[in-house]
Design a protein around this ligand. Structure first.
Ligand SMILES: [Ca+2]
Ligand SMILES: [Ca+2]
Length: 357
């Protein structure tokens, strides 16, 4: 607090500058000063309260990408200066608005658009200021979109000056795949801005973009941990591909495989590579042996599998979808980690996929 109080005192005094001559400025600050016009001291404005508490939990950002930005600093003088530094999970790397080259005159508003890869129920953001305390974001707007074309405003917010901890903002839950941060001012009153990290508060399973596969006739079961060959309708893994929610795969409970237990898994061969953006599930319609926690993995060769995320299926008979960042895949493996009844058996009526063209 003492440091913050000191900074405010200095910035209010027109006879002093923000830069302490006893300190050696950072290289990028020297570059910024060299290119900027002298500015009047910014007026002190009362801090606005953020609108409310966020709803949901912080998202898994591993499938995220940058969908757009107004400018970024690519000179290498920043660590890294590029827009994708805000989603790399490292608070010491940051995006910086451009101050060199053709874009060197970039000024507010600065924008950053993030593609979350799937459609989330989004109820807030967590943002981290640049850790040096320079170019701290002050006022910003947030807009969201399903297609990266039509954006809807969700609110105007502020970040605290000199608070290097994650700062949360909340808004009414909205469906979004993309969110845009529009930075309107920084606390130093200058035209530059920087931001170290951003994450979103989300709730529920992400929903897929793209379209549901209509024809699964070329699909086959590539592997299954166990299946029940008698006594079920039908019990075999192929039942998840027959288009009938009344037929279902059931983990083995008789014969030599009768001790099969979690984790269970089904691996589907979709016959050719697709741009896979999600899966659709139907639990066994009686909800007996309903599956709870799952891990989804994908592969192009049925040998090397990449996890796209861990999810929880709902205990409902309705069709339910899970979306993730679209990725090329021919094989998809659903690893079932637990059941709602906590017993060792599992059942599943249908598995289908969403793909993007
Ligand atoms: Ca970062
Ligand atoms: Ca079926």
């Amino acid at each position: 607090m003492a440091l913050l109080f000191g900074i405010i005192l200095v910035s209010c005094d027109p006879d002093q500058t923000l830069y302490n001559p006893d300190e050696v400025p950072l290289i990028d600050e020297l570059q910024e000063q060299a290119e900027e016009e002298p500015e009047e001291e910014p007026e002190e404005e009362p801090e606005e309260e953020n609108s409310g508490e966020p709803t949901g939990d912080l998202a898994d950002t591993s499938g995220w990408s940058i969908a757009g930005f107004s400018s970024e600093e690519a000179s290498g003088g920043e660590d890294t200066g590029l827009a994708d530094a805000i989603i790399d999970g490292n608070i010491d790397t940051y995006w910086h608005s451009c101050y060199s080259g053709d874009c060197g005159d970039a000024e507010h508003p600065h924008t950053l658009t993030v593609d979350m890869g799937a459609i989330y129920g989004m109820g807030g953001l967590e943002l981290v200021q640049r850790q040096s305390g320079s170019r701290q974001v002050n006022e910003f707007d947030v807009e969201v979109s399903l297609d990266n074309e039509t954006f809807t405003p969700v609110g105007s917010f502020t970040l605290e000056d000199g608070n290097l901890e994650p700062q949360a903002i909340g808004f009414d839950v909205v469906s979004a795949q993309y969110f845009k941060i529009i930075i309107n001012s920084t606390h130093d009153g200058d035209r530059f801005a920087a931001l170290a990290e951003v994450n979103a508060y989300v709730s529920g399973n992400p929903q897929p973009s793209g379209t549901l596969v209509e024809d699964r006739s070329e699909w086959v079961i590539a592997d299954v941990s166990s299946e029940q060959e008698s006594g079920e309708t039908t019990g075999l893994a192929t039942a998840v591909l027959d288009g009938d929610v009344e037929t279902y795969w059931h983990s083995c409970y008789s014969g030599e495989c009768a001790d099969s237990a979690y984790p269970h898994q089904i691996t589907i061969d979709m016959g050719s590579e697709v741009n896979l953006s999600g899966l659709q599930f139907a639990q066994r319609q009686t909800l007996s042996r309903a599956v709870n926690e799952i891990t989804i993995e994908i592969s192009t060769d049925n040998e090397t599998f990449i996890a796209v995320g861990e999810f929880m299926l709902e205990e409902i008979p309705d069709l339910q979808a899970i979306g993730f960042s679209a990725t090329t895949a021919r094989y998809v493996r659903v690893i079932m980690n637990s059941s709602y009844d906590t017993d060792r058996f599992a059942a599943m009526a249908e598995i289908n996929a969403y793909i993007q063209n």
